[in-house]
Ligand binder design. Structure first.
Ligand code: NAD
Length: 357
């Protein structure tokens, strides 16, 4: 039985992870630490009564130290971050503060409790990072591997790179037992409607434009959150301390293809369920007009990385990770989730006023 502290557990991926862990490791104790920024939502953990929720900031090292001690935490899974690239272009400070200093605060607390006070407890600090630290690929470049040099291009990815380096340094310098996973673009339930898939779906339902950055040919490897959770689980259970594992969904898809697929799925959903036209009268699909008429090309994001691709051979070989979800099926399920959970996303729209992730 393990005692987990999950930082950022009220956010998109963190909440999916807490649900996943509850379903698959019912005997483990789970504490969530989350500051409930605009991206955090207590509702994401609804129904998980056995999970203790602590409203607090990872920058509060004393609080984290007490949580580690009082709850005999042996595993930290660190998701908490400022995560939206567009916001990092507008306000880089918050990204450096939370992602770099916040991660360092957690590492300091972990070092104090797990190493300096000599508790001797077997422990693991798992750092959830991104493939964006590796920079951008050309069309024919090999996919990112764990030995690809770091070349972050946005304040977001630079701050995540800084966090990754600190995690690595705490292993090499102090002997902290750490693992890091660098994953690709996630999608799935509970994703805040500022990111591409939920934003475009909701815009389509409300008859709003679908603002496509540049030529729409930026390529991403889309990872369903359930696969991501399995990848983190594999790293926790079978990962070697100090090692890094790249976790991907196994499919590279240009943004334009993702958007066309969203449009097609919305059209199909309206055709199959006449009640959607009454619920969303402003949707083109409610009048039989194709959703793709909402597509609008807008000025590209500053410094927009062209292509990300994940070489996950190490994760397959060393920790037995393979993605289980294909993109088409995962996207269809995700659209179904958003259609069934308007009560979840409707109140969040006011908080989501930016770009397309
Ligand atoms: P998110 O923005 O949806 O959630 C972040 C959570 O962290 C929120 O609940 C927020 O309240 C909390 N938080 C922020 N600052 C905090 C602080 N100072 N103290 C405590 N809690 C704080 O993010 P996400 O998309 O779920 O991403 C989770 C992690 O995965 C991040 O580290 C992100 O860099 C990484 N990641 C995300 C993606 C993706 O596609 N979303 C891809 C690769 C890596």
């Amino acid at each position: 039985m393990a005692n987990l502290l999950v930082t950022g557990g009220a956010g998109f991926i963190g909440a999916n992870f807490v649900h996943y862990w509850r379903e698959n490791h019912a005997d483990d104790a789970v504490v969530v630490l989350d500051a409930l920024t605009y991206a955090g939502n207590r509702e994401n953990l609804a129904g998980l009564d056995s999970v203790e929720f602590v409203h607090g900031n990872i920058l509060d090292t004393d609080l984290v130290t007490s949580l580690l001690r009082d709850h005999k935490i042996d595993t930290v899974v660190h998701f908490a971050a400022e995560s939206h690239v567009d916001r990092s272009i507008l306000d880089p400070d918050a990204f450096v503060t939370t992602n770099v200093l916040g991660t360092h605060s957690l590492l300091r607390a972990a070092r104090t409790v797990w190493l300096d006070s000599g508790s001797g407890t077997p422990h693991r600090f798992h750092n959830v990072s991104t493939d964006e630290v590796y920079g951008s690929l050309g069309p024919n470049d090999p996919a990112f591997s764990e030995t690809t040099p770091y070349a972050p291009n946005s304040p977001y990815s630079a701050s995540k790179a800084g966090a990754d380096h600190l995690v690595r340094a705490y292993h090499h310098t102090f002997g902290l037992d750490v693992t890091t996973t660098n994953c690709s673009n996630n999608y799935g339930p509970f994703q805040f409607p500022e990111k591409l898939i939920p934003l475009f779906l909701i815009n389509a339902l409300n008859g709003r434009n679908l603002p496509i950055y540049g030529d729409g040919m930026n390529v991403r490897d889309w990872l369903h959150t359930s696969d991501h959770c399995r990848g983190i689980e594999a790293a926790l259970q079978r990962g070697t301390p100090g090692e890094v594992y790249n976790i991907g969904g196994g499919e590279e898809v240009p943004n334009l293809t993702v958007i066309d697929e969203i449009c097609r799925s919305v059209d199909a959903a309206f055709a199959a369920d006449p009640s959607l036209a009454a619920r969303y009268p402003d949707a083109p699909a409610a009048r039989g007009v194709p959703t793709n008429t909402l597509k609008t090309f807008v000025e590209d994001r500053k410094g927009h990385d062209r292509r990300y691709a994940i070489d996950e051979r190490k994760a397959r070989a060393e920790i037995g990770y393979t993605p289980a979800r294909d993109f088409a099926g995962g996207l269809a399920d995700t659209l179904g989730w958003y259609l069934a959970n308007e009560a979840w996303w409707q109140p969040m729209l006011e908080r989501a006023k930016l770009g397309n992730g």
